[in-house]
Design a protein around this ligand. Structure first.
Ligand code: DAH
Length: 346
């Protein structure tokens, strides 16, 4: 009996070397511990072992059994490791240099956005953000923009399909959802949750149905500004934009306000600037922002008292500013992810 058990041990150690797959392992196990297996045979023979030898043989039998069990699980583990290595492919050496080398860098639009934010932070503004998918209320109604305003036209704006409007809202309260056409919607969101005074800027992505060309893109970025306090006048607005434009474009930059119309400001202006940067673009004055004093009905829609508070707001396109700063003549370069273009700003 003892000899038999010893030889099972040796054959198991020998046979384990040929086990490479799960099928090999199954037949290996069957040969040893299956119904007709060698060890099973020995166990069956225990009845015939003389009584005085039983404890010794029994102990040895248990030892061999335990050894075989750990051998089986060891074999299964190495089979699993091989299988997972095969799934993962050749080993990766994380210490190798990356083929394109060097860290990434900020996209030029992100650079310009950050620069603008830091200039406004210096004069007490904080940065707030709002969602890119908006309701008509935040984008238009609360901004005193009537339902016949062209910005609300299907031709100009991306509306979400009916099915995307929130399911369990009653028909009466259903709002149209759209991709925001400007960041002015964040003014409303911010005023609804904050009491005056307010000094915020809000950068973000906007969308309009535009055919892409050198100066238009259906996807673009804006920065919105809002300042609310007591006794705010056009003088404050002009001083703030002058500070901003000179800091960004150089001390020789000058601004010019032209009367304009925006539903959410009264009076409203378009701001042009002139500076040495423009020589790159061969022009004297360039429009850079829209602005004005916040319209009383905007204050009313957020629960501010227009008799007590006044404020100014402005909005500008980040792409446009980046094009001016860097002398880029086609907006599409910003979105093509061409490294030859992007690396110039790294
Ligand atoms: N929302 C305007 C646009 O998309 C920009 C703008 C104009 C924002 C005047 C303002 C503002 O806050 O007062 O063209």
């Amino acid at each position: 009996m003892e000899d038999k058990l010893q030889s099972i041990r040796e054959r198991a150690a020998q046979g384990a070397k040929d086990v490479a797959t799960r099928a090999d392992l199954e037949s290996f196990k069957a040969r040893l511990v299956g119904p007709k297996g060698d060890l099973t045979g020995v166990m069956k023979g225990m009845a015939a072992v003389p009584k005085e030898d039983k404890p010794k043989i029994g102990r040895l039998l248990n030892e061999v059994k335990t050894e075989l069990e750990s051998l089986f699980s060891e074999l299964l583990r190495s089979i699993e490791e091989r299988e997972s290595a095969a799934r993962l492919g050749p080993p990766v050496d994380p210490s190798l240099a990356s083929p394109d080398g060097g860290p990434g860098s900020l996209h030029p639009l992100a650079r310009v956005r950050d620069e603008i934010c830091s200039l406004f932070r210096k004069v007490g503004f904080s940065v707030v953000e709002g969602p890119e998918v908006e309701t008509e209320y935040y984008c238009f109604d609360a901004l005193n923009t009537p339902s016949d305003h062209p910005a609300r036209d299907l031709q100009d704006t991306y509306y979400l399909p009916e099915s995307a409007r929130f399911g369990n809202v009653s028909k009466k309260n259903r709002e149209r959802y759209l991709l925001r056409t400007h960041t002015s919607s964040v003014q409303i969101r911010h005023m609804l949750r904050t009491a005056p005074p307010v000094r915020v800027i809000s950068p973000g992505r906007c969308f309009r149905r535009d055919t892409a060309d050198a100066t238009h893109s259906a996807n673009f970025h804006q920065i919105e500004g809002l300042y609310v306090d007591r006794d705010v006048s056009v003088k404050d607005l002009k001083a703030m934009l002058d500070y901003f434009i000179r800091s960004l474009l150089g001390k020789d930059a000058r601004t010019r306000f032209r009367p304009h119309f925006f539903p959410y400001t009264e009076p409203s202006f378009e701001v042009d600037f002139s500076s040495s940067h423009l020589e790159k673009l061969g022009s004297r004055w360039i429009e850079i922002a829209g602005c004005g004093l916040v319209h009383p009905s905007v204050f009313e829609s957020v629960g501010y008292d227009p008799e007590e508070y006044s404020g100014f707001a402005f909005g500008m396109g980040i792409e446009r500013i980046a094009m001016i700063l860097y002398g880029v003549d086609d907006i599409r370069y910003f979105y093509q992810n061409d490294l030859r273009f992007l690396q110039q700003f790294a």
